[in-house]
Each structure stands twice: as C-alpha cells, then as structure tokens.
Design a protein around this ligand. Structure first.
Ligand code: SAM
Ligand code: SF4
Length: 477
C-alpha cells in the first residue's frame, strides 16, 4: 500500500502548533465521530484537546458544529465505503448550514484517511481536511489553512517528529464518568502480519518516553481516573526511554504507574505473543494493580497458518506463554482475537484452532472472517477460502467461545470479587462497575460507592453481565 497525495491540495509540512489569534478564540462547536478501537477513542479526545485553545468545544450533533471530524478505522470490512456513506450524510449538514450562512469545516482522520486520502478528496471534494493518525498535533495549523485556502488540506505524513512531543497532555479521562481512562503509550507496528493494514496506516512502531506517560497518568488520576488502560498496537512491545536514559519495557512502566497514589487498576491492550517477556509475566505476579485479565490475540491454532500470517510464533509458543502466565497469576483470565478463513486455511488448520481454544479456555474473545485489505500480502494470496466455508467456521468457533465465556462467568457466581464502581445501572438504586476480569457487575448500593472499589458476592450470571450483593458497604480503596 502506498501513500497517495492529491494534487490540488495544500500539504502541511511544518510541525509547529500555531499560536491562537484573538479571532480564533471565539467559541466554536466541534463534533467528533469516532469509529474503531480504543486508540481511536483516545485520539479523538486528543484532537479535541489540541483544538480547545482555538475555541472549539464539544457539541453533541453535527448540525451544531463549526467543525466535524470523522475519525475512521480501516480494520473492518468495507471500511472505505462506510466512510463515503457517512460523508454523504455530513455533506447535507454542511450544505444546510451553508444556506444559513454558517461554515462547517469537515475533516476525515484516522486509518482510512491515511490509506485513502487522495480517493477521499477526489470522491468527496467538500471535505476540507484529511489527516493521518500521526499528524493530529498539526491540526491547528491545518484548520488555519482550511479557513484560508480554496482547496482542501491533506496531511498523511509519517513525520520525523513524535506527535506526542507536540500534543498537550490529556486533560481528563475520556470515558463518561471519568473513572476509567485510556492512555496511548505505543503506536504503529513493524510486524507486518499478512492480513493487516496497521503497519501501513499507523506507521513504524514507536514508544513514548516514560516521563511523558507518567506525567499524563498523574494528570488523569488528579482529574478522577481510578483505572488506566494503556494502549498500543503492540503495547507489550513498549520500549520507551526511561528517566535514567535506559530503555524501559512495559513491566518497568507498569511498576512506576502502580506507585501513583490513587491509581487502583492498570490494564493494557493489545498485546502480541512475541512480546510477552518474563519481566511482564512476573509483573502480573508482583503488581496487585495490574489486573488479572489479558487480551492476547493468537489469530490461529495452526502452525502452517500462523507462518502464512507471518505471526512469528507457533501454537506451542502460545500455549507455553499461557502456562507461564497462569503459573505467575493463577486467576488470570484470557481473551483473544481469531481470524477464520485466512488464505490456505484447510479443515485441519481450522480444527487446530478449535483445539487450541479447547486447551486454553478463554474468558472472552473476538473473532472475524478473514477479509482482504488492499495492499496487504494475504489479499493477493492464492487459495482464498470461499465465503460459505468461512461462515460455517466462524459459527462453529463462536459457539465454542460462547460456551467458554458462559462457563467462565458461571465460575464467578458464588465468589467474592472486588468491583470498581463507575456509575449507575439501569434500574433505580443500582450501581454498575467492573470486576478485575472486565465483567460488568450490577448491585444495589449507595451512590457514595461510585469511584471506589468494594467487595461483591456474585449471585447471578446474565448474557453479558453479572449481578451480586455488596458484602462490604464501605469502600476500601
Ligand atoms: N496488534 C494486534 C495483534 O497483533 O494481535 C491486533 C490489532 S488488529 C488492529 C485487531 C484485530 O483485527 C486483529 O487481531 C485481527 O484478529 C483482526 N483483523 C485485522 N485484519 C483483519 C482482516 N484483514 N480480516 C479479518 N480480521 C482482521
Ligand atoms: Fe497488525 Fe497486530 Fe500484526 Fe501489527 S502485530 S501487523 S497490528 S495484527
């Protein structure tokens, strides 16, 4: 996949953030539509932060917005078509506002913008700004140019400078209620799995320095976060520069984060089996704040397919990591990603995946039919698997995973677990929170518990949640 450029566009090349002028500071509406993973949720919050000094404030609807950002995801099937359909809807909003004498700046961000920037400007010339995931820090400059320029502004560079050096720290947790927060510590990927667009859209792997992560984490805790989820495409491959000048891995970073007063829980996602080192496994044993729940995608249980996917590990390697993790932290619960129908996958390969699932036992998982991404090696590979075969395999695999998820949740019934309460449930007097294993838990309890952890005896399991009773009215953390 190559990065293409439109011709009649203004290309931002400088990395300074323009100081806001007086007229910039009048209050303007900003509406951000976010698709995709938690990293996009985090990025949307950071784009909002970077535009705040220009007077932009979040509004709930695009028709009240002077600027609309569509933050896109390229992972799912027909991603570009979904973007064009949404842009058609936003075009009508823009035209209606224009008829009322109001200007709307329309920006497309994220991985589809990175991969299809020129195509977007060709098919949707009413778009004002196209920006890739590595250039959010240049948004103020792009907005200034879009306001002045007749044509569109495109910036899908992979700049030499680190965007985090130019972005303000996150101002507050991004989730409603503000008790759980995301924090991106690592971006990009050099692993080039056969099926995946990420190395082309997010660029090379890079990690933020330790101090920058700690500063942002402290700020998030000061503004209310009790739980932080560290984000990265290969988050356990984190290798940030430490304050001692040495390279720190995720284990060292997690230890430093665990020392922040008030930060009760730390999670991280998404991990790669190749980067699951001994220090990180030991951190699961030694750091109570590191939650015993790990999303560790394996994709396939067949060594032949894992090699074709260029994953760099075997099914036995994965089983071995799971054993070592369970040795270090016996109650650790696992989640994973699976792809069925990668080119060349035979019935025997698929059965090897089913066997791996039976052997490991997952508390939760995401599963997908392989779908070709233009420009990736697997898209042009021979032996594509017919759709009906993929459908049947996905159904069988999801049925097995569902059984395991139900069994895992059933296993918590009767147990006492610490729950971090994050808000109200749907019924009056009900609180909702999360167990260490990322299960949604509901109890009847006082509002004063929101933001605290309390012990709950789990009584019942529903399809996607648990209910229980408080065995300790007073929060202990
Ligand atoms: N970095 C993570 C890893 O290596 O496991 C995965 C990140 S990827 C953004 C999220 C998931 O989307 C993958 O684990 C994979 O299961 C799924 N995925 C990615 N490309 C896909 C494709 N072309 N077809 C189907 N599923 C895909
Ligand atoms: Fe994509 Fe993950 Fe493979 Fe990187 S390691 S190419 S992000 S699936």
């Amino acid at each position: 996949m190559v990065r293409r450029r439109a011709q009649e566009v203004s290309i931002v090349t400088q990395h300074s953030v323009c100081p806001p002028t007086e007229s910039d500071r009048e209050v303007k509406g900003l509406h951000v539509i976010t698709w995709g993973c938690q990293m996009n949720v985090y990025d949307s919050a950071r784009m909002t932060d970077v535009l705040r000094p220009l007077g932009y404030q979040a509004v709930d609807a695009p028709d009240a917005a002077d600027m609309v950002i569509l933050n896109t995801c390229h992972i799912r099937d027909r991603a570009a078509e979904k973007v064009f359909s949404e842009l058609g809807r936003l075009r009508l909003v823009k035209e209606t506002r224009a008829a009322e004498g109001q200007r709307t700046i329309l920006a497309v961000a994220g991985c589809v913008a990175q991969a299809e920037g020129a195509e977007i400007l060709a098919r949707a010339p009413y778009v004002d700004i196209v920006l890739g995931p590595q250039t959010y820090h240049r948004l103020p400059e792009m907005v200034a140019r879009a306001a002045r320029a007749a044509g569109a502004v495109i910036d899908t560079d992979f700049p030499a400078e680190q965007k985090f050096d130019f972005l303000p720290d996150a101002q507050a947790p991004q989730t409603p209620g503000g008790l759980t927060a995301f924090l991106t510590i690592q971006e990009g990927c050099d692993k080039f799995c056969s099926f995946c667009v990420v190395p082309y859209t997010r660029g090379a792997e890079s990690s933020r320095p330790v101090e920058s992560v700690l500063r942002e984490a402290r700020r998030l805790v000061e503004t209310g976060a009790r739980e932080i989820t560290l984000l990265g495409q290969n988050v356990n491959g984190y290798h940030g520069e430490g304050p001692d000048g040495r390279v720190w891995g995720l284990a060292g970073l997690a230890e430093a984060l665990a020392a922040i007063p008030g930060l009760a829980r730390i999670r991280y996602t998404t991990s790669h089996p190749r980067d699951m080192d001994d220090a990180l496994i030991a951190a699961h044993r030694d750091l109570p704040a590191l939650m015993p729940f790990l999303h560790l995608p394996v994709q396939s249980g067949s060594d032949r397919i894992l090699a074709a996917m260029n994953r760099g590990h075997t099914a036995a390697d994965y089983r071995d990591i799971v054993l070592r993790l369970r040795d270090a932290r016996p109650d650790i619960a696992l989640s994973s990603d699976f792809i069925v129908g990668h080119p060349g996958e035979s019935d025997a390969d698929f059965e090897a995946t089913m066997q791996l699932i039976r052997d490991v036992g997952f508390a939760q998982a995401f599963s997908f039919k392989y779908s070709p991404r233009p420009g990736t090696p697997a898209a042009g590979a021979p032996l594509q698997v017919p759709e009906d075969v993929k459908d049947a395999r996905l159904q069988a695999l999801q049925a097995l995973l569902r059984t395991q998820q139900d069994a895992f949740n059933d296993g918590t019934v009767g147990r006492v677990v610490p729950v971090l309460f994050t808000g109200h449930g749907r019924k009056p007097g009900q609180l909702s929170g999360r167990s260490p294993y990322l299960q949604a838990v509901h109890v009847d309890g006082p509002d004063a518990l929101i933001g605290h952890i309390a012990q709950v005896e789990i009584r019942e399991r529903y399809t996607n949640s648990l209910s229980g009773t408080l065995i300790q009215e007073r929060a202990f953390a």
